[in-house]
Unconditional design. Structure first.
Ligand code: AHR
Length: 654
């Protein structure tokens, strides 16, 4: 009995001591305003993967609109007398078109149906612009077609007649209104006169696109990107700039000019993973470099285009013979120089004129260019050097981004970093798709980086849980890791999560920041982490310490602090990766006399279960929740809830 009592006393004492110990005294030193946080710090990485562009952000609803897929009628169901032809097409880089002719009987039809990208999504009462290039191929014009929206049960729900009045190629348009919502509609077109007639570039766009543009973007997705408040927009991707072979690399010059004449390119994500084969995945370049620069501008983000360095994807190509010899890089280097001219050049220059003709005479003020993606070995610096010489000579103000390869450490990484220093690139792109624990273990990764060398661009990263889900664990570990990016803003100048978008029925890679189907989208918990950082980036780092050391996982807590001298706010970010509540006191020290703290503190909490996710049917399972706490003088006493990410926004006057 005596023994039991004393054990109980010991347990109680230990309990009360540990309860006392649990209050963590954190200090934010306001006097020691540190490095400026670059406006580019939190940005977006965009790639046409997972139907991210065609079938996703690009609002075109018709797949294979120019009949240029290798199987000319892929995506189309044809009936009656339909012929694919290539004589006398209106657009030289898209030579195919279809001819619809009389079926041979008045009661039989000739026409086409398009299945869209895993169906066509229609919203009730919304209007859709159908357009087509057409000509009458008969001696006598006019000819007629009927254009219909057909629901998943095969009922035509809207239809209009279109008269093709000329024997010359002309563009025709008609507006269709969807009387009901339909996630898997098809577009049907059939001949209602005798024919024949020719059709090319058959297109269907919602009229309600982002900013109302004709060749526009899907509004809900573009809005979600804009709401992240990105400071940087990297495009057109990673591996797709390299190409499975050089022939199929992303060629920006093919992605500008009239949309009807942009040629089709392969999309490597069609076949990169044999277990996720998408034979109908191609790039139309419909959302090309002009549209991507425009989107950067709309979002207030610095554009960061990336170009091929003369190396085809090194994962798929072994040996020098697959790449451009170092002495023959001329055209590739010219592409990079011309790109800068396209973005920034006067309208009197060759490429500045192209931009102006597309509707943007003002320059896009591009400041950064990426040369190469995930490259490795001596073949990369040998080529990069040539690009650097040419760009520095003509555009010394442009900042150049080199690569440290596909891994965040190891042989290639160790080789490339010194090479990037030798070549004096401005920033080095690092990629890490790693397990959640890696992100926690690497929260102090940049604390010891060389301050004198190139800056860091964390260009592709995501916490890959074993199920590859966008669960809260992945989001919380990213949030924790990002406190380390923020604390080291003197060396880390840019960071972009990857990939950005994924269609639920057509993805190749996960996790991804935003998931969507034909009508809906869902912001993942990872999205909210990015959003919280994007909106509360601050202007300068402030030291945040516990026991005089940065908070990099002690008691499961990770933290950083910034000051925003424009908004007059001090922002503390804390993540708690433990399952325990953590009482804390944050003391703001070193304030100038005239600095008055506002007593009301905005607190934003993102909390969820480890495996919890947001899904299309339950998009708001994990969302940030705001409340207020009161400051006690210059101290904030609060709890950091178990398994949560927290922001504390403290306003001040000075
Ligand atoms: O983000 C998906 C791919 O991951 C990128 O295309 C590539 O750069 C990386 O391997």
């Amino acid at each position: 009995m005596k023994k039991t009592l004393s054990i109980m006393v010991v347990i109680c004492l230990a309990g009360s001591i540990s309860a006392q110990q649990q209050t963590m005294d954190l200090v934010v030193n306001v006097k020691k305003q540190g490095a400026p946080i670059q406006s580019t710090m939190y940005g977006l990485f965009f790639e046409d993967i997972n139907f991210g562009a065609d079938g996703g952000l690009y609002a075109e609803l018709i797949k294979n609109r120019s009949f240029e897929f290798p199987q000319s009628l892929m995506g189309w169901n044809s009936f009656g007398k339909v012929e694919v032809r290539s004589d006398g097409a209106p657009f030289e880089r898209n030579p195919h078109y279809v001819r619809l002719s009389y079926s041979g009987h008045a009661h039989k039809h000739t026409g086409l149906e398009n299945e869209g990208f895993r169906g066509i999504g229609l919203k009730k009462d919304e209007t859709y612009r159908f357009s087509v290039w057409a000509r009458s191929a008969a001696n006598k014009a006019p000819q007629k077609i009927r254009v219909e929206l057909v629901d998943a049960a095969n009922n035509p729900i809207e239809g209009k007649e279109l008269e093709i009045t000329s024997g010359d190629w002309k563009k025709y348009e008609v507006i269709l209104t969807a009387p009901k919502e339909e996630s898997h509609a098809t577009l049907r077109i059939f001949l209602t006169s005798e024919g024949p007639l020719d059709l090319e570039h058959i297109s269907l766009f919602p009229t309600d696109t982002w900013k109302g543009r004709d060749n526009g973007l899907r509004k809900d997705l573009a809005t979600a990107l804009d709401e992240l408040n990105p400071g940087l927009f990297r495009f057109p991707g990673g591996c797709i700039i390299e190409g499975t072979d050089l022939e199929t690399r992303y060629d920006w010059k093919k992605s500008v000019g009239p949309v009807e004449n942009r040629p089709l390119n392969e999309n490597r994500w069609h076949y990169t993973f044999a277990h996720r084969l998408y034979p109908d995945y191609f790039q139309t370049y419909g959302m090309g470099f002009y549209e991507l620069f425009l989107l950067s501008e709309d979002m207030g983000a610095e554009p960061l285009p990336v170009v091929n360095v003369g190396l085809a994807c090194q994962y798929q190509n072994d040996g020098e013979h697959c790449h451009v010899p170092v002495g023959e890089l001329g055209d590739y280097i010219q592409d990079a120089l011309d790109l800068i001219e396209f973005a920034n050049g006067a309208t009197s220059t060759q490429w500045g004129k192209v931009r102006a003709e597309m509707g943007h005479p003002e320059p896009f003020n591009m400041k950064f260019i990426g040369i190469g993606n995930e490259q490795w070995g001596p073949e990369y610096p040998a080529r990069l050097e040539k690009f650097i010489e040419a760009i520095r000579a003509k555009y010394p103000e442009i900042k150049i981004i080199g690569s440290s390869g596909p891994q965040a450490e190891g042989k290639d990484f160790e080789y490339l970093w010194p090479e990037m220093k030798r070549l004096k690139v401005d920033l080095v792109d690092e990629h890490y798709y790693r397990p959640p624990q890696w992100f926690l273990d690497n929260a102090a990764r940049y604390d010891s980086y060389d301050r004198k060398g190139p800056k860091v661009f964390a260009g592709e990263y995501a916490s890959h849980h074993k199920t590859r889900a966008n669960n809260f664990e992945s989001a919380l570990t990213e949030a924790s890791f990002m406190t380390g990016l923020e604390r080291n803003a003197d060396v880390v100048h840019m960071a972009t999560y990857a990939p950005l978008l994924a269609h639920v029925d057509a993805w190749q890679w996960r996790p991804d920041l935003i998931w969507f189907d034909n009508l809906r989208m869902v912001r993942t918990p990872n999205y909210y982490v990015q959003k919280l950082y994007g909106h509360h980036a601050g202007t300068n780092v402030l030291p945040l310490t516990w026991n005089q050391a940065p908070l990099t996982g002690q008691q499961g807590l990770y933290g950083s602090a910034v000051i925003d001298t424009k908004k007059k706010e001090i922002i503390v970010k804390l993540s708690n990766t433990s399952q325990e509540n953590r009482p804390i006191v944050v003391s703001l020290e070193g304030m100038k006399k005239k600095m008055q703290l506002r007593p009301e503190v905005e607190t934003i909490l993102l909390q969820g279960g480890q495996d919890e996710e947001n899904r299309l049917d339950t998009p708001d399972a994990i969302v940030p929740v705001s409340s207020t706490t009161t400051l006690n003088g210059s101290k904030l006493s609060t709890d950091v809830k178990p398994y949560s990410f927290n922001l504390f926004v403290i306003g001040y006057t000075d």
